[in-house]
Design a protein around this ligand. Structure first.
Ligand code: GLY
Length: 352
């Protein structure tokens, strides 16, 4: 079976790698592998703290993917020889002020429906778990199973693993799917999927990368919080990299406007929660575009006999890599269709 994958972001590469492992003759098309959201993302694998009201249909898929991540990461590291920075530190989601603490509390209904572990903690307990939290911090929720991975390392490892598995790469922009010499086509072009008629919009996010110097203390949990009504998250890697994210707005593909303001807002919120962050070196300000469908659920499944969509992962692209790769590879290689019906890519088409 000859498989063409459009898009060398981490979703496309993971599908290509898994399909090649199952014997598919696979070619990936992308003029700039990794130029989309994959290398901007912070890498939270947050089946609980990324659960959103209105996206309940996603929760079992998120949970399955979170549970698949440790084995997926180990397999990817073996196949590529590259460490992907999977860390099983817990996530602490706190409010800075009473109103922020109340905002965290409001999320608990949706956390409950994930059927995963979490525990409410008061301010004192949260500072005991994470000593770098500001003494002003109110309590929140401790989520032991919301972990993180390094998305840049994952992307690099997937490129290597795919190449080693025999995947071919073509550096061209595909405009016409009919022209591809393939039995099956997977559309995994993130925001670029809209050029094939899929209803995907870009949701802009600014993300900061800071570096703690040797000897500087770093958070020992992933810290998420509300600060005066606004969200922020702080993800720490073993290397001392500290990632702060993310803004969320919809202004098309505008990478520049307002970036200084976004960086200021994120730093102010992060430093309010973890004052030590003011001492780190600010290394990078990046902007990425989350690919989102009208209902914010992914588009995964057949669009016709030959074509399978694997896009629209919105805020969850990194978290959903293993589950998407598994279910799309199964579809592409003629195995069972295990994709939730709620992700049907044709669900927005008007019935005749
Ligand atoms: N998953 C975090 C974000 O999209 O900002």
């Amino acid at each position: 079976m000859r498989l063409a994958v459009i898009g060398a972001g981490s979703i496309g590469l993971a599908i290509a790698w898994r399909a090649a492992q199952r014997g598919a003759e696979t070619t990936v098309y992308d003029p700039e592998p990794g130029a989309g959201a994959s290398r901007v993302a912070a890498g939270m694998l947050a089946a609980v703290t990324e659960a959103q009201f209105g996206e309940e249909a996603l929760l079992p898929f998120m949970a399955a993917s979170a549970d698949a991540w440790p084995a997926f990461a180990a397999d990817l590291e073996r196949a590529s020889g590259i460490r992907v920075g999977y860390r099983d530190l817990p996530t602490l989601f706190v409010g800075l002020e009473d109103a922020d603490r109340a905002e965290v509390q409001r999320q608990i209904d949706i956390y409950r429906s994930t059927e995963r572990n979490y525990e409410t903690v008061n301010g004192r307990a949260s500072r005991k778990i994470e000593p770098l939290l500001s003494h002003r911090t109110r309590g929140g929720v401790l989520v032991p199973g919301d972990h993180a991975v390094d998305p840049r390392a994952v992307h690099t490892a997937l490129l290597t693993a795919a190449q080693r598995a025999g995947v071919a790469f073509q550096g061209e922009t595909v405009e016409d799917l009919e022209s591809l010499d393939a039995d099956r086509v997977v559309l995994a072009a993130g925001c670029g999927s809209s050029r094939f008629g899929l209803p995907i919009r870009p949701v802009r996010g600014a993300v900061l990368r800071l570096l703690a110097q040797a000897g500087q203390p770093v958070p020992r949990t992933t810290v998420r919080g509300y600060v005066q009504g606004h969200p922020v998250y702080i993800v720490t890697r073993e290397s001392g990299e500290v990632v702060i994210g993310a803004t969320s707005d919809e202004r098309g593909f505008d990478r520049l406007t307002g970036t200084a303001g976004a960086a200021h807002d994120l730093l102010r919120r992060a430093i309010s929660l973890v004052p030590e962050i003011a001492e780190y070196h600010l290394d990078e300000v990046t902007v990425g575009f989350r690919p989102a469908a009208p209902d914010n659920l992914p588009l995964i499944g057949r669009t016709d006999e030959r074509t399978i969509a694997a896009t629209g992962h919105y805020r969850h692209g990194i978290a959903l890599i293993p589950a998407t790769a598994e279910s799309v590879t199964a579809l592409a290689t003629g195995e069972d269709d295990t994709v939730p019906k709620a992700f049907d890519p044709l669900r927005f088409e008007e019935s005749p």
